[in-house]
Design a protein around this ligand. Structure first.
Ligand code: SF4
Ligand code: SF4
Length: 196
């Protein structure tokens, strides 16, 4: 009995009840396929399987302040691969929204990436793979920016060599104004404009 781990079910109950898609976690069998297939796993402090385990273990602070829940890019890989058909991505987004509502602030690097990402989508209707990292790298200051650029220079050059990244700046998509209208509307709905 001495070696028994004490699990606290209160946080899991909170997640099942209050987080969008949170009750889907009940079906998780902890196989780890989602974590193994997530392209961002190396950048996450806890991959999805571990996040679900922490929820069951009652680790509220670790989960809601984790970088992982803010990093999910909605690539859908985990959803396709999960043998239990759990919408892992929806749970991760549900947790991110819930964490923000509870007053948790995304970490500086995640926050500046998100801010620059959305600014660029709004302005161009697409992402410029050169400009986005450059802006994120230099958001921490000149020296940090130069260090990061040197670290990633090799990858950038190889991407350009294989025509995966253009040398010239990306142009706006056709109909960017319509996209901006939709995004403005969505922002209004998010702030409760729909109820008005
Ligand atoms: S792949 Fe599905 S069942 Fe396996 S750990 Fe991830 S969420 Fe759970
Ligand atoms: S949807 Fe999110 S959690 Fe799932 S594999 Fe993609 S980045 Fe990872």
């Amino acid at each position: 009995m001495e070696n028994m781990v004490n699990y606290d079910p209160s946080f899991a109950e909170e997640v099942f009840r209050d987080v969008d898609a949170g009750d889907e976690i009940k079906m998780c069998m902890n196989c780890g396929v989602c974590a193994g297939s997530c392209p961002l796993r190396e950048h996450m402090d806890y991959p999805p399987r571990q996040i679900f385990g922490l929820i069951r273990a009652g680790k509220r602070e670790e989960v809601l302040s984790s970088k992982a829940i803010m990093l999910c890019t909605s690539c859908y890989t985990c959803v396709v691969k999960c043998p239990r058909n759990i919408p892992v991505m929806d749970v991760m987004h549900g947790l991110a929204h819930y964490a923000l509502k509870q007053g948790y602030v995304p970490r500086k690097d995640t926050a500046s990436f998100g801010k620059e990402f959305w600014k660029q989508v709004y302005r161009l209707g697409r992402i410029d793979e050169k400009d986005l990292p450059r802006r994120v790298f230099f958001s921490g200051g000149l020296v940090e920016g130069i260090k990061a650029m040197l670290n990633f220079m090799d990858i950038g050059l190889r991407l350009m060599l294989h025509h995966r990244m253009k040398l010239l700046p990306e142009r706006k998509i056709k109909g960017v104004k319509s996209l901006q209208k939709m995004l403005d509307k969505a922002e209004g709905l998010g702030k409760g404009g729909a109820a008005a």
